[in-house]
Design a binder for this molecule. Structure first.
Ligand SMILES: C[S@@+](CC[C@H](N)C(=O)[O-])C[C@H]1O[C@@H](n2cnc3c(N)ncnc32)[C@H](O)[C@@H]1O
Length: 326
């Protein structure tokens, strides 16, 4: 709740509460928590765990159509990777709803997976042996063009009977989420590596994102990003190289200069530091690109690399949510 900036007695919405593991603890600590979920079975378990106490109250509903009046909550929590299951359009609707039900000055806290780190952490194929001898097989594929992870789970019982289920989830990079948050009317977006001082076992690659309903202060977004430890070119931002082997750097640099070229483009619609970041991240993912710099002031995107493909750059800029100006 320190991240949410809320104190006991505040009205909190736990969107996608599941069995209420966060809602129950927060109610115990004196918060007026409403846990919302669309899964009736999970809510039944949550209600039975609450033992009939007045808080938390549990409500069945969809977080992209919240059954609450505007400005009803001091903070909205969306924890434990509850976003992404209805695709990006569903998440846009959910963020707009979170914004609507927050009071002025309220804060949204999202805990989810970082797209790139989760991709690295999850193998394409995995098999787990379950109690009783059943086997659970996972097949995963990731569509980088839309940021969607598809997972197929095959449960093979000892009798040989099989059950198959599959789902898709939209995974985000910080810059992508930031863009959606800005479009939903949030400001002062910042990133944290985890919710608690020590992560739960199995909570690989959490990404915690905070966003305020207050107006942004100048350059605040860029400063938050710098403080967040977000990495650029493999180094955490804010870390300085203390010593450099200058002769070697010169040789490396001149070798590189002979093969790399630089192109510049104009991008429409970048309005903040996070917009620059999402454009840069998408472009730097392209094969043959070494680095990219985006400047919201001039709209300039400068790309360096050994093989710069204009069409691929255009596609990457579009994937970040912007347009190249011809
Ligand atoms: C991974 S669980 C996390 C549950 C809980 N927040 C936690 O951390 O234990 C995701 C939850 O989001 C809920 N959920 C997903 N989409 C939803 C939607 N559109 N509206 C409401 N709940 C949703 C699911 O039913 C599920 O309980």
């Amino acid at each position: 709740m320190r991240l949410a900036g809320a104190t006991p007695g505040s009205a909190i919405l736990d969107a996608g509460t599941g069995t209420g593991r966060h809602a129950l603890e927060l109610a115990e600590a004196g918060y007026l928590v409403t846990g919302l979920d669309h899964a009736a079975t999970l809510l039944t378990a949550a209600r039975s765990a609450s033992g009939g106490r007045p808080w938390p109250r549990f409500v069945q509903g969809d977080y992209d159509r919240l059954p609450f009046a505007e400005a009803s909550f001091d903070a909205v929590l969306c924890l434990g990777s509850s976003l992404g299951y209805q695709g990006e359009a569903g998440d846009r609707a959910a963020l707009a709803e979170f914004r609507r039900v927050l009071r002025p000055g309220g804060r949204l806290v999202i805990e989810t997976f970082h797209r790139d780190e989760l991709r690295q952490a999850l193998p394409a194929h995995e098999e787990r042996l379950l109690a009783g001898g059943a086997r659970l097989r996972f097949s995963r594929s990731f569509d980088a063009s839309v940021g969607v992870l598809r997972e197929e789970q095959q449960l093979v019982r000892p009798t040989g009977a099989e059950t198959l289920r599959s789902y898709e989830v939209r995974l985000y990079r910080p810059g992508e989420l930031c863009l959606l948050l800005h479009r939903a009317g949030f400001a002062n977006v910042s990133y944290h590596g985890r919710l608690a001082p020590s992560p739960r076992a199995g909570s690989s690659a959490p990404l915690v994102v905070l966003a305020d309903t207050i107006a942004p202060t100048p350059h605040r977004a860029a400063m938050d990003l710098a403080r967040s430890g977000h990495t650029q070119y493999g180094y955490p931002q804010g870390v300085m190289l203390r010593s450099m082997d200058l002769p070697r750097m010169r040789t490396l640099w001149s070798d590189r200069m002979s093969t790399t070229s630089e192109k510049s483009y104009t991008v429409q619609g970048m309005t903040c530091g996070h917009c620059e970041l999402s454009v840069r991240e998408e472009v730097e993912e392209l094969a043959g690109i070494e680095s990219a710099d985006a400047d919201r002031g001039t709209g300039r995107l400068v790309v360096r690399g050994e093989a710069i493909d204009d069409a691929a750059v255009r596609g990457a800029v579009q994937a970040a949510g912007y347009e190249l100006v011809a």
